[in-house]
Design a protein around this ligand. Sequence first.
Ligand code: ATP
Ligand code: MG
Length: 509
Amino acid sequence: MSDPDELLRIEAIRKTFPGVVALDSVDFDLRRGEVHVLLGENGAGKSTLIKMLSGAYRPDSGRVVVGGKEVRIHGAQDAERLGIATIYQEFNLVPDLTVAENIFLGRQPRRFGMIDRKRMEAQAAELLERVGVNVSPRARVRELGIARLQMVEIAKALSLNTRVLIMDEPTAVLTSEEVEKLFRIVRQLREDGAGIVFITHHLEEIAALGDRVTVIRDGKSVGQVPASTPEDELVRLMVGRSIEQQYPRERADAGTALLTVEGLTRDGVFHDVSFEVRAGEVVGIAGLVGAGRTEVVRAVFGADPYDKGSVAVAGTRLPRHDVGAALTAGIGLVPEDRKGQGLLLDASVEENLGLVTLRAATRGGLVDLKGQRTAAAKIAEQLGVRMAGLGQHVRTLSGGNQQKVVIGKWLLADTKVLILDEPTRGIDVGAKVEIYQLINELTAAGHAVLMISSDLPEVLGMSDRVLVMAQGRIAGELTAAEATQDSVMALAVSTPITTATTVEGSRGH
Ligand SMILES: Nc1ncnc2c1ncn2[C@@H]1O[C@H](COP(=O)(O)OP(=O)(O)OP(=O)(O)O)[C@@H](O)[C@H]1O
Ligand SMILES: [Mg+2]
């Protein structure tokens, strides 16, 4: 007997890749009008599971039942026909086409055999309006920020008469305001009777948005619980143990200044940015997206130029716009955009982990390959990188495990100053703690850490001092004791141009 409210059901799905059992045995079901959260550690099999529904992969065995009938989903078109739309961890839009063209790709409305551009753009405008995003149907996708890209993906899903909407970590790259907006749209879709599969590593989102949670561990579904389940219980189900302390910061004694930035200015981007980071310190940079945080650290690292000011490492001034000099002086940067800047996707885990250390591992002109391998194996183990072996290509690692590799690479490098830009994006709660512990080890050994994060609890939990940026300036600095959600936000939304003048004025400059 088929249940009219059941949208889809998965029974004992199994999927293997050479040397890897990605899914061992997973059961899952989705009902009309619910948000069903998929929860699991990095590499547990969440993305692989949903790729079985979008037609990207075929299961080795098991059953997929949609609307009461067993189906085989052999490609994107099959999924589309069944009313299943997927928003992937990596987006699928074509950058050089317009928003409207992307929404209607392959099924543009036609008139006398020609694409009816007017009608297409009008329909796109209607869909965009429905998701409440302010973007022109004629804008090129390349020009949109990540939040808007996602809204376009949702608009596209709506245009397909979607009954099942699958979202793989949609909030990983969104600001809290954007998350609120996304949640409103998802709630509306749920009210309209759609079923939503939602993947996230932000546990607080589960109670806020979800109805049910299926927990996947090592490719098996290990439990199904209501979304109101307390977070510590969810963590226990997910990692198989409880986490005592999410932010285990162990303060080290601050020593001499390792990084000194003075009056750094790039016209129109950031202005008069001055701060220092001392040996043993973790300094956090908070601020809203667009405040100029990434731009500043890229200039400090030499990846971008600046117009005025200076950067010095351990008292030695660095040349401007020179990554090589920054590396030699001992600065490392884990970039925000790791796919683009941090990884060689078609190289092995070991090769990627060795990228920065190679120089350090060179003994008398020879590369100490054995030493490198031992170090790589150790850090991969510490971070719990889930892989078939050190030889696995990074491309085939799960999203979170790719991120661990980039971070591991820099943790291995013997940098005096390590700059981390959104270090734990997409990383599961258990692995985050491991990264924090490695940060503790670095500072205990006298290194300095500068960390940008949009995850406010993380900034508050791990920083010894917090710099808050707003509109390209440092709006204020808070000690760990002063820094709270409220004090940081107050500075983040302030207009520092006037504040800075008054502060300078009162000092009699
Ligand atoms: N094409 C592939 N070839 C080999 N192994 C793969 C491939 N795709 C996925 N895997 C492996 O399958 C396992 C599950 O990966 P999956 O991407 O589903 O994890 P996930 O739960 O989505 O993790 P994350 O939270 O990090 O995104 C991982 O061990 C991964 O390395
Ligand atoms: Mg994934």
